[in-house]
Design a protein around this ligand. Structure first.
Ligand code: HXC
Length: 259
């Protein structure tokens, strides 16, 4: 498995786990960390055995406490734009992976850390999760996709409130607004993520991938075009053996074993 300085990547039994591994700095995202995430996601994309990506932060205090403020403090406008673009390119790579991704949010997920979690398909938090976009308090704005992905996930009005006020929300409020899919006790986080991973891995892999495509590509389209895309992807499922495997198993009252 590839080695990285600031992140850990493990691919085991179909599950790729990416750990941001800078706990002393609360896993803050420097350019070096972003470059490592990007390279690690390339490895995941190329690994045909990987069926789900799990993203987490090392240590018990933070998922990721944001982009590295010390590094950002000296940037020129052009360098700021390039930094934002590098983060956006990296997080879009995660969002655009064929396979689903789950962020395991333990502790702080602030600024770029919240934006990293937002790039995942699903977010499971511990009761200690604290999420927010505090950028306007630093004289900047969210720049790793937060203005767009937060708005799409919690709605424009809620995203504006959170971004304009820099308010950090606790796990239960994040759950209520759909920012977290599920909240569990800290010691149950790993098991909850594993349970979700297993639930996904039991399904037909090609159908999970096609569902992600239909949702993510469809949401960018006018409804009629999105429904046409859904119909096309639906039809394509019938060209895969898993459709017969799944339906035959139902009819025979057995459990399907998908390819
Ligand atoms: C650099 C950071 C950091 C960050 C924490 N650290 N967050 N370093 N960038 N975003 C470092 C601290 O400097 C400190 O290092 C160590 O991690 C531990 O943090 P403390 O502050 O001592 O911990 P604590 O008092 O428990 O406070 C936790 C915290 C606080 C509330 C999460 O660290 C915090 O407010 N961090 C910044 C959160 C933030 O504003 N994030 C958004 C950044 S803007 P030392 O060396 O002193 O021990 C952003 C923009 C994204 O993300 C888009 C860019 C284009």
């Amino acid at each position: 498995m590839a080695e990285f300085e600031t992140v850990l990547l493990d691919v085991n039994a179909g599950v790729a786990t990416l750990t941001i591994n800078q706990p002393k700095a609360l896993n803050a995202l420097s350019s070096a960390v972003l470059a490592d995430i990007s390279a690690a996601v390339d490895v995941v994309a190329a690994d045909k055995s990987a069926r789900v990506l799990v993203i987490k932060g090392a240590g018990d205090k933070a998922f990721v406490a944001g982009a590295n403020i010390k590094e950002m403090s000296e940037l020129s406008p052009a360098e700021g734009e390039a930094f934002s673009k590098a983060g956006n390119d990296t997080f879009s790579k995660i969002a655009n992976l064929d396979i689903p991704s789950i962020a395991a949010v333990n502790g702080f997920a602030l600024g770029g850390g919240s934006e990293l979690a937002l790039a995942a398909d699903i977010r499971i938090g511990s009761t200690t999760a604290r999420l927010g976009q505090p950028e306007v308090g630093l004289g900047i704005i969210p720049g790793f996709g937060g203005t767009q992905r937060l708005s799409r996930i919690v709605g424009i009005a809620k995203a504006k409130e959170l971004i304009y006020t820099a308010r950090i929300v606790k796990a239960d409020e994040a759950l209520n607004m759909g920012l977290l899919n599920q909240v569990v006790e800290v010691e149950e986080l790993e098991a909850a993520v594993e349970k979700m991973v297993n639930a996904i891995m039991k399904q037909a892999p090609n159908s999970v991938i096609a569902s992600k495509q239909a949702i993510d590509q469809g949401i960018e389209l006018p409804l009629a075009d999105a429904l046409a895309l859904e119909a096309k992807l639906f039809g394509e499922q019938f060209a895969h053996p898993n459709q017969k495997i799944g339906m035959t198993a139902f009819i025979e009252k057995s459990a399907p074993t998908f390819e």
